[in-house]
Design a protein around this ligand. Sequence first.
Ligand code: SAM
Length: 242
Amino acid sequence: MDEIQRRFAERLTERGIELRDSEKQLEQFETYYRLLVEWNEKMNLTGITEREQVYEKHFYDSLTVAQISGFGDASSMADIGSGAGFPSIPLKIVFPHLQVVIVDALAKRIRFLEEVVSRLGLSDVLCIHGRAEEVARKLEHRDRYDIVTARAVARLAVLNEFCLPFVRTGGRFIAMKGSDIEQELEESRYSMQKLNASLQEVLRFQLPGEGSERHLIVIAKSNPTPKAYPRKPGTPLKEPLL
Ligand code: SAM
């Protein structure tokens, strides 16, 4: 374990997140890091490639989702617009019991994620190439997952329509956001109401190294998503539920 990994593990412990099989898990993070940098030369996966930054801004940031109350009880999650695998792959490494479904509209990112899943020896991870609006209409993914996440995909009013249809009744959607969330939160109220959901909690924290602000917006679903949603691909973005 080198200094960067030691600090990474220590900071997770400070947030109450334990690496139960730390040798194996740190090795998986390191393999993931190497694959990310290697594939990033051939395709656009991330603007962040410096090792310490990747550990903080991608790996640590992804794992903060585990701080929401009752995360430990979740057995399934869907990550919408996962890109290079954030937050789902770090969460799967640390919580190997999770059944994970990843949805992304870009085929080459899905190919990268399939390689990551295979090289890290992760089981029970399904990578789906498709738009959230289409995948959420398939019965096997609709009203189904305990936790649904999205980081850096769209504004909250749009994300609600992309993500809430995947959440089971009683489950939660967690939107990972940076600073200045008030306006976005305010304008998302109508979409929550339309989609049978409500704001449960907002967790605010700072990344430990450079101190930038982050928010986890936790939205609870109380009833199945009405049949009309999500609307056809492109519509949630063009005509958000405002
Ligand atoms: N979540 C990752 C992260 O935080 O690094 C990736 C963020 S990237 C900026 C946004 C991703 O969302 C892209 O990979 C894009 O293909 C995907 N995306 C955007 N709209 C989508 C949609 N309607 N359905 C599925 N994926 C979508």
